[in-house]
Design a protein around this ligand. Structure first.
Ligand SMILES: O=P(O)(O)OC[C@H]1O[C@@H](O)[C@H](O)[C@@H](O)[C@@H]1O
Length: 250
């Protein structure tokens, strides 16, 4: 379901162009950190003994638990101690489920943004793909200095670069691919916003780890919490969940 660029660079600390990098604790350049925050550029540890999750997050699934804690260097640029636990699970029906838990282990509150940057592999962005679930929503357009607009169309189709944050969406979004006769379903909890990004022709040429033509076969649709950052008091924990699946469509 996911796209991995043929030009992707797998050498840390660069983020990988494809898959599902996690943008945390900042989205884009809305803060002083590197673009999309540092989490996607770090090595996560395998969490051998995570605090228990709800049984529905484990039963009948294959899963791995990952853990990110800030390094000394991270704390210098973002002085907030946290534990970010991520469970990546696959169930028998092919649902890929990401359960994130961010805990404040500091003595002061902090706020963060998060997005699961999800690269979907599609047949052809300009003729075969539409996104449903964003109709009538307000969005911030990154191509117009984050100005706020309201989505007018019935479903979102694509004919040029798109870089938007849709606000307060429903918890199910669908990406239809007519040629491949399949639909990606994005179900989310705790993630009110949805980012839609495709760099289109000109910008793709400027992105070194994306082939010049690869924008045609990719679409990013990210479950996210951006407009209203999440604030955690000392000891508090936030949970967010993203469930991705594919169904056949006509
Ligand atoms: O190249 P990156 O860091 O993965 O980001 C890709 C794009 O992600 C979008 O969400 C940003 O609004 C763009 O500005 C950015 O170019």
């Amino acid at each position: 379901m996911g796209l991995m660029s043929f030009q992707a660079n797998f050498k840390p600390p660069a983020a990988v162009r494809g898959g599902i990098p996690i943008c945390f604790p900042q989205f884009g350049n809305r803060g002083s950190l590197e673009q999309h925050g540092f989490a996607r550029n770090r090595m996560w540890l395998i969490d051998e003994n995570p605090p228990p999750l709800h049984s529905s997050d484990s039963n009948g699934k294959a899963y791995i638990d990952l853990l990110l804690k800030p390094s000394e260097e991270d704390l210098r640029i973002w002085p907030h101690s946290f534990e970010f636990r991520l469970r990546v699970a696959l169930d028998f029906d092919g649902h890929l489920i990401f359960t994130s838990r961010v805990r404040n282990i500091n003595s002061k509150p902090f706020s963060f943004s998060i997005a699961y940057r999800t690269y979907f592999s599609i047949s052809d962005i300009s003729s075969e793909v539409r996104v449903e679930g964003l109709e009538t929503l307000d969005y911030l357009d990154n191509l117009c200095q984050r100005e706020r607009f309201t989505e007018q169309g019935d479903a979102l189709t694509f004919e040029s670069e798109v870089d938007r944050v849709y606000l307060s969406s429903s918890d199910v979004i669908a990406v239809f691919d007519h040629q491949k006769k399949r639909t990606f379903l994005i179900r989310k909890e705790g993630l009110p916003d949805v980012v839609v990004w495709n760099p289109w022709e000109k910008k793709s040429k400027a992105i070194v780890d994306l082939g010049d033509e690869e924008y045609k076969q990719m679409l990013c649709v990210d479950g996210a919490a951006i407009e209203k950052p999440v604030t955690l008091k000392p000891g508090e924990e936030w949970t967010g969940r993203l469930d991705l699946s594919v169904v056949a469509s006509i």
